[in-house]
Structure formats: C-alpha cells, structure tokens
Design a protein around this ligand. Structure first.
Ligand code: NI
Length: 152
C-alpha cells in the first residue's frame, strides 16, 4: 500500500465530475487500499478518488466501525435533517455547518462489482452525502449556507 497525495481545494480537478468505475480489477483494489491508508494517515472519516486525482466514482469511509468501500454509489432514500459541523481533508483546518439528511440509504458496488445496500445515520449519513458530492464536483463549502467557513 502507498500513501497518495491529497489534492487541496485550489486544484481544479476537485470541481470536476467523476466517471463511473467500469473495471473491477486488481488496479481498483490497489487504489482503494491506498485510499484507505491515505485516509487513516490523515485521520479523516472519508476520502473520494477525485481527492487523489482519480476522476472515478469511488470512495472509502471509516466512521470508527471499519472501512466501507463504495463504488458507483447512488442515494436511494433520504429522510430527516441534520445540521452539523463538517470538514474535508482537501480543506485542512476549515469547517462549516452543513445541512444534510439525518438518514440515508444508498446502493453501491463493492470492489468486486457486487451491488449492496448501505444505511447510515448521523455521521455516516453525512459521510455518504459528502463523498457522493465529491464525485459530482461538489465540496462541503458549497453546502454551507452563506459559505460561513471558520478555521481552527
Ligand atoms: Ni471531503
């Protein structure tokens, strides 16, 4: 496994839409393993492939209950609302309060191409939305009303 370079918010790639993953090969497995290692080292909750310069629709998420790999994820259902502080590994030290659904159900492929359903509440629901946004070229700041960003 290898640590990959995380692009920062200045990089225009972050604002591009990612294409679906079509090949479920060893190279995808290496990318996902590298992304997990990179996320862990940076102490993040999630990392999308676009953040390491790969415009493909996949991400890794770990909210403390083990790594979830999502390939070509789609939101199936969402309900409720939450407003919580959010940040992003591409914007170190910057935070803002976003509005997200409280509960989210998604479908996504695993690294072998099988479709699975995932349900998330709270932080996990936010992470699903945050990472799927990345795949569409949207960053968390776009979800902060009035773009009220603070640093700490
Ligand atoms: Ni992010």
């Amino acid at each position: 496994m290898a640590i990959r370079n995380i692009l920062d918010g200045e990089d225009s790639i972050l604002y591009k839409k990612s294409r679906p993953v079509e090949l479920f090969d060893a190279r995808l497995g290496i990318l996902l393993d590298d992304m997990t290692e990179t996320m862990r080292k940076a102490e993040g909750v999630g990392l999308a492939a676009v953040q390491v310069g790969i415009l493909r629709r996949c991400c890794v998420i770990d909210t403390g209950r083990g790594v979830v790999e999502l390939i070509n994820p789609e939101i199936v259902r969402e309900s409720g609302k939450q407003e919580e502080q959010e940040g992003c590994l591409s914007f170190p030290g910057e935070y803002g309060v976003t509005r997200r659904p409280a509960k989210v159900t998604i479908r996504a492929q695993d690294r072998y191409g099988s479709w699975r359903m995932h349900q998330g509440e709270g932080l996990l629901a936010r992470a699903f939305c945050h990472e799927i946004d990345h795949m569409n070229g949207i960053v968390f700041k776009d979800r902060v009303p009035g773009r009220k960003i603070y640093r700490k």
